[in-house]
Design a protein around this ligand. Structure first.
Ligand SMILES: CC(C)(COP(=O)(O)OP(=O)(O)OC[C@H]1O[C@@H](n2cnc3c(N)ncnc32)[C@H](O)[C@@H]1OP(=O)(O)O)[C@@H](O)C(=O)NCCC(=O)NCCS
Length: 232
């Protein structure tokens, strides 16, 4: 599976229908949480370069797009979707990273946020430097909240005056980039004493391999967070 992720442009307009279908089917499966958009709306996002598309040859297998609110003060990375057959392979992570970088490039001063009930998005955004916030920190732009009208929990949001709902708000604020708390993100175990190599050789070697793997992962994460912060 060689999935490539492209920044959309007018050259990718023919995929708008397929993206729309992917979002609709996923929303039906999930029952909540994804805002349905018309092909025209998505085509406009694609044409204006405010989206990323994951393509396996010519098949659309993932998507996300950028929306701006409160006159560009807030940016939302919306419509994240991955084809059912391509899930749990890290594709959403790749799409999110790409749409996040694109948002930072196009709107370097904007606060980037999302609202979600999904653990996957919470994990990915958190690794990108997002922090949980209450709805009071998000855009008050009424058009954004209108997007929740299709959600089955909309009555809860309405009852709470748009201040509380089942979704968690996550925000990346370029003014306050989160300092990497690497030890908290990835706990790397201490080195075992050398005597273990004679006493428990299998455990020692397994521990060493795991430690090396976690150190490599931590270093990659560190570089990614630094890159995100440097984009400010
Ligand atoms: C949510 C979605 C985009 C995840 O796509 P994916 O490509 O499977 O995600 P990834 O493989 O990149 O996984 C990223 C992380 O989330 C976890 N994850 C993925 N799907 C998950 C799920 N349904 N529940 C809990 N955790 C999940 C993965 O285990 C991984 O965690 P790890 O890095 O700690 O191992 C996909 O399931 C989807 O399209 N769902 C329907 C649309 C949707 O819900 N969109 C989000 C709207 S807010």
């Amino acid at each position: 599976m060689a999935v490539k992720i492209v920044v959309a442009s007018a050259a990718y307009m023919q995929y708008a229908g397929a993206v729309c279908d992917l979002i609709r089917i996923s929303a039906q499966q999930r029952g909540t949480g994804i805002v349905g958009r018309t092909p025209e709306y998505l085509a406009d996002k694609i044409k204006s370069g405010k989206a990323v598309i994951a393509l396996d040859n010519n098949k659309v297998v993932g998507f996300s797009y950028i929306e701006t609110w409160s006159h560009g003060m807030f940016v939302a990375n919306s419509g994240l979707v991955v084809d059912l057959d391509y899930r749990y392979s890290g594709l959403a992570r790749r799409i999110k990273k790409n749409i996040f970088m694109l948002s930072r490039k196009l709107y370097p001063k904007a606060k980037i946020f999302s609202i979600t009930t999904g653990l996957a998005v919470m994990k990915i955004n958190s690794d990108l430097g997002f922090v949980p916030v209450t709805f009071s920190e998000l855009t008050r732009d009424i058009e954004f909240w209108k997007g929740c009208e299709g959600c089955k929990n909309f009555d809860i949001l309405q009852r709470n005056d748009h201040k509380v709902c089942l979704c968690t708000g996550l925000m990346f604020d370029p003014e306050k980039p989160r300092r990497p708390k690497l030890n908290k993100i990835l706990i790397v175990p201490q080195k075992l004493p050398w005597r273990f190599i004679f006493e428990r050789p299998v455990i020692f070697i397994k521990h060493l391999i795991r430690r090396q793997r976690l150190l490599r992962k931590r270093s990659a994460l560190h570089k990614q967070i630094q890159r995100n912060n440097n984009l400010t």
